[in-house]
Design a protein around this ligand. Structure first.
Ligand code: V47
Ligand code: SF4
Length: 395
């Protein structure tokens, strides 16, 4: 239950370090790597919630962002073999796989003609036929067909692979993508940066430095991107802090990241099914610490399709100000890995109600956080007035 930060500072039961960290948050001072590890190792949810909610409300008030998007997953086959991934390795289970052609993907885009979606998010497995010319043509076709649709596509995992094949460097490659119509890069492929973990769960694909270098080149072109962290498997708490530290440093340099998205590891149908999943308490602690640590990121996003609607609602009291989009049922990577939402579609009305139910202000945004519609006072036809469940602030 959130309380006030000032009240927290007067609490005699806080340790000296808890008080010092709370004072830093109040003074808008950056916490250190050691502070980050201390938060993970020693601090309970109510304390973390007060700090994270203070930062969240100072930055955004009650505003809670979502967008209207749809996904295209070109294939579920992949030349890589990440242990946590429920997508199959190339050829191993080819009969269960799909490989969309350019026309297949373009037809998915056309399905949304006349619908008020603002973003297409393209991400999937890595296969040799999806190369630089392929993606150039795809982006150009989407751009020409529907110039108002923001193309958020691929991750450094794909970019590293296709640029290497094309024998071009990251700067040249990202410029080609920009010219073809790419508008932002989603946060995927980051997993856990530290090589101790990365080599065990995501061997062979781009390294942490390569992931960061590709985002840096993209930011240098004046463009925006997101960052994720796949947590709650074999990593230690300090690996999470190390991950966020690397992001914080790049963000200091470029300012190009918009949103940090912690992704809860799901253990169904992958090679890490023996690893238990994190608890909801741990998920909320993780959102809160991300909000406190990443003082130079504007937004923290909870990907509701992955964590359930209820946890997404709770997360809004623990630093989260964005709950992604009204995506339809085309997102397979999570449902295959055991996501809470098997058919992750939610209408705008449902998303708005979900946000209003916990006393927050629903704001539809575009990919770059321009406001499309503020739904606070909007009344849908046949709307039942939601009950008000915002947790009270206690001193
Ligand atoms: O990089 C794969 C993750 C990511 C599992 O930028 C898994 O707005 C949990 O990055 N359990 C891709 N996660 C998705 C992604 C994303 C999603 C939503 C919004 C945005 C954005 C980006 O999915 C991969 C990987 O970390 N993933 N398998 C799993 N078993
Ligand atoms: Fe391929 Fe991405 Fe799955 Fe790794 S996480 S196997 S790169 S689809």
């Amino acid at each position: 239950m959130p309380g006030s930060l000032q009240g927290l500072l007067n609490n005699p039961r806080l340790s000296a370090q808890q008080k010092a960290i709370a004072a830093k948050v109040l003074e808008n001072e950056r916490i250190t790597f050691e502070d980050g590890v201390y938060l993970y190792e020693n601090c309970e949810l109510p304390y973390l919630g007060i700090l994270a909610n203070y930062i969240r409300e100072k930055r955004h008030g009650d505003k809670t962002y979502f967008n209207r998007n749809f996904h295209i997953e070109p294939t579920n086959l992949c030349v890589y073999d990440c242990k946590f991934c429920s997508y199959s390795r190339l050829l191993k289970q080819r009969s269960e796989g799909w490989e969309y052609t350019m026309d297949d993907m373009f037809n998915i885009v056309k399905k949304y003609d006349n619908q008020p979606v603002t973003e297409v998010h393209i991400v999937g497995g890595v296969l040799p036929q999806y190369d630089v010319p392929f993606y150039q043509e795809l982006f150009q076709r989407i751009r020409n067909h529907r110039p108002d649709l923001h193309i958020k596509a691929l991750t450094p995992v794909e970019y590293h692979y296709i640029f290497k094949k094309a024998k071009i460097n990251y700067a040249e490659g990202m410029k080609l993508m920009l010219d073809a119509g790419l508008q932002s890069i989603p946060g995927g492929g980051a997993e856990i940066f530290h090589p101790e973990i990365r080599e065990q769960i995501a061997k062979d694909k781009c390294t942490a430095d390569q992931w960061l270098a590709i985002h840096e080149e993209w930011h240098k072109l004046g463009q925006k991107s997101n960052a994720t962290m796949l947590y709650g498997h074999i990593e230690k708490f300090w690996h999470r802090v190390d991950h966020m530290e690397r992001l914080r440093q790049l963000q200091d340099k470029t300012g190009g990241f918009q949103t940090f998205i912690p992704l809860k590891f799901r253990n169904q149908d992958n090679q890490m099914s023996n690893v238990p999943e994190s608890t909801v308490i741990e998920d909320l602690r993780n959102y809160a610490i991300a909000r406190i640590y990443l003082d130079n990121f504007d937004h923290i996003k909870a990907y509701w399709a992955m964590i359930s609607r209820n946890t997404a609602q709770l997360s809004l009291n623990f630093g989260v100000d964005d709950i992604d989009g009204t995506l339809d049922d085309t997102t397979k990577i999570y449902s295959m890995a055991g996501a809470e939402e098997k058919h992750p579609g939610m209408s705008t009305k449902e998303l708005v109600e979900l946000i209003k139910q916990v006393g927050r202000e629903p704001v539809e945004r575009d990919t770059l956080y321009n406001v499309v519609t503020n739904y606070q006072d909007y009344v849908f036809e046949d709307e039942i007035k939601p009950q008000f469940y915002k947790l009270p602030v206690l001193n």
